[in-house]
Write a protein that binds this ligand. Structure first.
Ligand SMILES: Cc1cc2nc3c(=O)[nH]c(=O)nc-3n(C[C@H](O)[C@H](O)[C@H](O)COP(=O)(O)OP(=O)(O)OC[C@H]3O[C@@H](n4cnc5c(N)ncnc54)[C@H](O)[C@@H]3O)c2cc1C
Ligand SMILES: Cc1ncc(C[n+]2csc(CCOP(=O)(O)OP(=O)(O)O)c2C)c(N)n1
Ligand SMILES: [Mg+2]
Length: 570
């Protein structure tokens, strides 16, 4: 049996695990692995910053449903990954990060580019491990992939010392099978809980389902639709749940929470039963917990026991995979005519239409909502949209209607500015046949725009829409509402993004009026290369409605009517 180095074993293991793409950046401590990678049938994508590599792996995972892989050297390479790892952790995204580490005999000596990356990432990984022997490389990696993808998914970091990469040992794939303790992730509730849930489901007069990211993760879309239609349950979506249930379905109410639809939040506060499926009652979703859905009993279908009764106390907890639990519940569901309740919620829409920016006459100003709604119409809702963080992210959630699972990729829990461009690159590698749009703000885009060079090097076709309002808009909005319009550190200078794109060898265009929006989107879609569109939008527009942080869910700031326009002429 020929001996292999740890580096060769690492690459062989990745190949056997089915890894096709790897996002990374080399350096001394990972160099033996890069050398072996040159001989492996894996496409390595050279990023411009290791944060980008982690977001690409994350975007790849979210678009594909598989595991994304990122690689970096020790020290600064590894620490540059921290934000991306935390982003994946907060949104339960399965990524494996491989870092080089100084040789084992130097560990703890403040050697060149030594950082304790497993110590640093302990609270933001699902699991991490230092591998200091070639013999342990394959098993550790195989365990990392299982851990990242199973149960509640999350990031795993494997830190491989340089000597483990360089030294050689015999390698038998069969002897390196994961040795993980059996987890009781699957169904973990007693008959009594189940019976209680069935009783609540079949007797509720004013139920609302809270549909979350867990539905997408478990692949429960089909059984979820059947469940909804059998029980005639109105469905409210979390930001990360969007796409799990078609926006076009009459029972889909729209998004809940801080920037959710007003009628959805009112319906939740009025409900007599909440059925939470694969969602974790984030504070952006509940508002003040003391006043949250007080009239409602609650059922929580959730894979992670730690989420049960964490924020919201529930009456029945069904711990398990959403698909499996729904499949068990479905035959026990009795058809129930809830048309009166659904009609009541429809009436709650009340003044929302009047306040909706879409229904207001064209005043000559370009609003972000118009851009995003036109993008939705032009792409027939069929693109994968990857957003950054801020106002544009919320407008995307409100005005791009997602019918398909995994068609919205966004950083919800950590809210990481700079996520969109690299995550979109990852998504494009995962689903090369699909149209991928970046929707980013002028602030967040500047955080990772170096990855435009990655796009060019990889000859990718990703469309980029910058919603350019000249501000760190979401923070400016908080200053407008809660700090008496003292705009400290939020007016933002940006480069001419179209010219910047040109400098990278990418087509770019600036759009300043509403009539230019559709022609620009059409022209961008006609070519099979990356195009950047710089939409100069109304500067001081705000996202409505808004539940102020800590307020009750139904205490929303609504769009003033008639509309107040605050920006200077474009
Ligand atoms: C500026 C900004 C504003 C925001 N405003 C809003 C807002 O108005 N409304 C809103 O909804 N969000 C908003 N968010 C996002 C919010 O912070 C949370 O990220 C989001 O609500 C989380 O959604 P989730 O609970 O569905 O997903 P996650 O946080 O990903 O949680 C998924 C849950 O599903 C569970 N799960 C995983 N796999 C399975 C499985 N197989 N079976 C069952 N369960 C499973 C997990 O354990 C977890 O508890 C905002 C974010 C930002 C940055
Ligand atoms: C890395 C990071 N730093 C700071 C913040 C706080 N923050 C949230 S939204 C926002 C403004 C985003 O501005 P921009 O990208 O222009 O988007 P807009 O809100 O204007 O659409 C800031 C600074 C964050 N979410 N992430
Ligand atoms: Mg902005």
């Amino acid at each position: 049996m020929k001996k292999m180095t740890g580096a060769e074993i690492l690459c062989e293991t990745l190949v056997r695990l089915g890894v096709k793409h790897l996002f990374g950046y080399p350096g001394g401590a990972i160099l033996p692995t890069y050398d072996a990678l040159g001989r492996a049938p894996i496409h390595h994508v050279l990023v411009r910053h290791e944060q980008g590599a982690t977001h690409m792996a994350d975007g790849y995972a979210r678009a594909s449903g598989g595991v994304g892989v990122a690689m970096a050297t020790s020290g600064p390479g590894a620490t540059n990954m921290v934000t991306g790892i935390a982003t994946a952790m907060l949104d339960s995204s399965p990524i494996v990060c491989i870092t080089g580490q100084v040789s084992s005999k130097l560990l703890g000596s403040d050697a060149f580019q030594e950082t304790d990356i497993t110590g640093i990432t302990m609270p933001i990984t699902k699991h991490n491990v230092v591998v200091s022997r070639a013999e342990d490389v394959a098993r550790s990696l195989r365990e990392a992939f299982v851990t990242a993808a199973s149960g509640r998914p999350g990031p795993v970091l494997v830190d491989v010392t340089k000597d483990a990469q360089q030294s050689a040992c015999e390698f038998h794939w069969e002897d390196t099978a994961p040795k993980l303790p059996l987890k009781r992730y699957r169904q973990n509730y007693d008959e009594q809980q189940f019976a209680r849930a069935v009783e609540l489901l079949n007797s509720a007069k004013r139920p609302v389902i809270l549909a979350g990211h867990g539905i997408l993760i478990s692949g429960a879309m089909r059984v979820f639709q059947e469940f909804v239609r059998t029980g005639n349950f109105p469905v409210a979506m979390t930001l990360l749940g969007l796409g799990a249930f078609p926006a076009s379905d009459p029972l889909n109410l729209g998004m809940m929470g801080m920037h959710g639809e007003a009628w959805v939040n009112h319906a939740i506060q009025d409900a007599d039963l909440l059925i939470a499926v694969g969602m974790r009652f984030d504070d952006r979703v509940t508002g003040d917990l003391r006043t949250y859905a007080q009239k409602a009993r609650k059922i929580h279908i959730e894979v992670d026991r730690a989420e049960i009764n964490k924020n919201v106390k529930v009456d029945a907890a069904l711990i398990g995979d959403a698909r499996e639990v729904l499949e068990k519940l479905l035959p026990r569901l009795e058809p129930f005519d809830r048309s009166e309740w659904v009609a009541h919620i429809s009436n709650l829409k009340g003044d929302s239409a009047v306040r909706d920016i879409q229904s207001l006459p064209d005043s000559g100003h370009l609003y972000a909502a118009h851009v995003i709604n036109d993008l939705w119409k032009e792409t027939r809702g069929e693109a994968i949209v990857v957003t950054d963080v801020g106002q544009h992210q919320m407008w995307e959630a409100q005005y791009y209607h997602h019918n398909q699972p995994r068609s919205l990729i966004t950083s919800g829990g950590l809210g990481t500015m700079g996520f969109a461009l690299p995550a979109a690159i990852g998504a494009k590698f995962a689903r090369p046949g699909d149209e991928v749009w970046v929707v980013a703000g002028d602030g967040g885009f500047q955080m990772t725009m170096c990855e435009l060079a990655t796009i060019v090097q990889e000859k990718l076709n990703v469309k980029i829409a910058i919603i350019n309002n000249g501000y760190l808009g979401m923070v400016r909005q908080w200053q407008e509402f809660f700090y008496d319009k003292r705009y400290v550190a939020t007016p933002l200078v940006a480069p001419d993004f179209a010219a910047l794109a040109n400098a990278f060898g990418i087509r770019g265009e600036r759009i300043t009026t509403r009539s230019e929006v559709i022609p620009a989107i059409r022209a961008a879609r006609e070519v099979s290369e990356t195009v950047l569109l710089d939409f100069r939008v109304e500067q001081e527009d705000s996202v409505y409605p808004m539940v102020p942080a800590g307020a009750s869910l139904d205490e929303m700031i609504r769009r003033p009517s008639p509309l107040v326009e605050t920006s200077q002429e474009p």
